[in-house]
Design a protein around this ligand. Structure first.
Ligand code: SF4
Length: 372
């Protein structure tokens, strides 16, 4: 068996290390790219959302490299994500990629017995004992948490760096080291090393950066190709930001806490009382959270064709009008080119800076003439 999985964010880093530890052969699809997106779009149903097109290309590329089995999470959810697995299987079959499929639906959807059966298919070639497999899973999750903590701290700390670009370079060095690491322990050590570099960085504490909240659809939040490297853009603009979703977040909410969705359902949100698929409810929850915490603005990301986020956007639009929520929605399509997106983000950040300046002047914290 040569296993593969769709490439999203750093999943290829964690997947390589985990399966290496388990002794299972894997094939990593080629990195997401514009050419890949064009090929995926040409072979996918016309009106499907963008992540599906990327995954189509991922699986075509893995098949060309020799993969024969796909493992992928599924949600059985009300939006198209719930049908991704089945639909991808049809598309792959059409193009002669006769994969064997292992769909990891959530525990609440298929029950513990079926989920265990599917999980055992993933590790059927592994020479490790059950204890060894569980240990590798625990170590991988621990690595994901530490790497994501490093990234979260970097997002908040980057505006304070004395030398521009240092924080971005720490993250990039760390990622390269993880891509080359021989084992999960080496990878953990790489994260520790780079965390130490971040914590001991020379910083300028006098700055008062804007603080933004990034929310929206999960794929575009996690995958840097899917969001046109928005994190780099924000770091270049010198703002701090938090991001709601990550691979670790998904594991916590779907695998470790499979009833989290139901609990979220019970926890009524007056603006979006029901789950409508995808992560629209989480987006609206974030907008409510914005109002309660000290964020200066919120950016919603989603790919063109994403139905749940369109509905969430309409709630955000109302909040912008009625509650003066400073929100920017960015919809990513199949067009390349970073400039258009970067200009809109730059204009939004500038508008927030002016807004804060005016507020400071009106409250007497800043002179309206010299701005000090
Ligand atoms: S959340 Fe949006 S982008 Fe993701 S599968 Fe559902 S409709 Fe498509």
């Amino acid at each position: 068996m040569k296993l593969t999985f769709p490439r999203i964010g750093d999943s290829h880093i964690y997947g390589r290390l985990l399966f290496r530890e388990l002794g299972v052969d894997i094939i990593i699809p080629a990195p997401n790219s514009e050419e890949g997106l064009l090929r995926g779009a040409a072979k996918s149903p016309e009106d499907i959302c963008l992540p599906f097109k990327m995954m189509t290309d991922n699986l075509l590329s893995a098949w060309e490299k020799g993969a024969d089995t796909v493992v992928m999470p599924a949600t059985m959810g009300p939006c198209r994500l719930g049908e991704y697995g089945e639909l991808l299987a049809v598309v792959m079959q059409k193009y002669g990629c006769n994969y064997r499929w292992i769909l990891l639906d959530s525990l609440s959807a298929i029950g513990p017995k079926e989920l265990l059966r599917r999980l055992s298919m993933v590790v059927e070639d592994s020479p490790r004992s059950t204890a060894g497999i569980l240990l590798a899973l625990a170590k991988t999750y621990s690595l994901i948490k530490s790497h994501e903590k490093l990234q979260a701290d970097a997002r908040m700390q980057s505006p304070y760096e004395k030398e521009k670009g240092t924080v971005k370079s720490i993250l990039s060095v760390c990622r390269k080291e993880l891509e080359k690491a021989d084992s999960l322990s080496d990878a953990m050590e790489a994260v520790r090393r780079n965390r130490h570099r971040l914590l001991t960085l020379e910083r300028s504490t006098k700055r008062r950066p804007l603080k933004l909240l990034i929310t929206g659809e999960i794929y575009t939040q996690i995958d840097s190709f899917g969001n046109h490297h928005i994190e780099d853009t924000l770091m270049d603009l010198g703002v701090s930001f938090e991001k709601g979703m990550s691979i670790g977040w998904w594991i916590r909410n779907t695998v470790l806490n499979p009833f989290g969705g139901l609990l979220a359902e019970i926890k009524k949100n007056p603006l979006m009382p029901h789950r409508i698929g995808g992560y629209a409810k989480e987006t609206v929850n974030d907008a409510i959270r914005y109002a309660k915490e000290d964020f200066d603005g919120i950016i919603q990301l989603f790919p063109v064709g994403c139905m749940p986020e369109i509905v969430a956007k309409s709630v955000l639009d109302d909040l912008t009008k009625e509650e003066r929520l400073p929100a920017l929605s960015i919809i990513y399509d199949e067009m390349g080119g970073e400039a258009g997106y970067a200009t809109r983000i730059e204009a939004f950040v500038e508008m927030l800076e002016r807004k804060r300046e005016t507020k400071d002047v009106l409250s007497g914290n800043r002179c309206g003439v010299c701005k000090h």
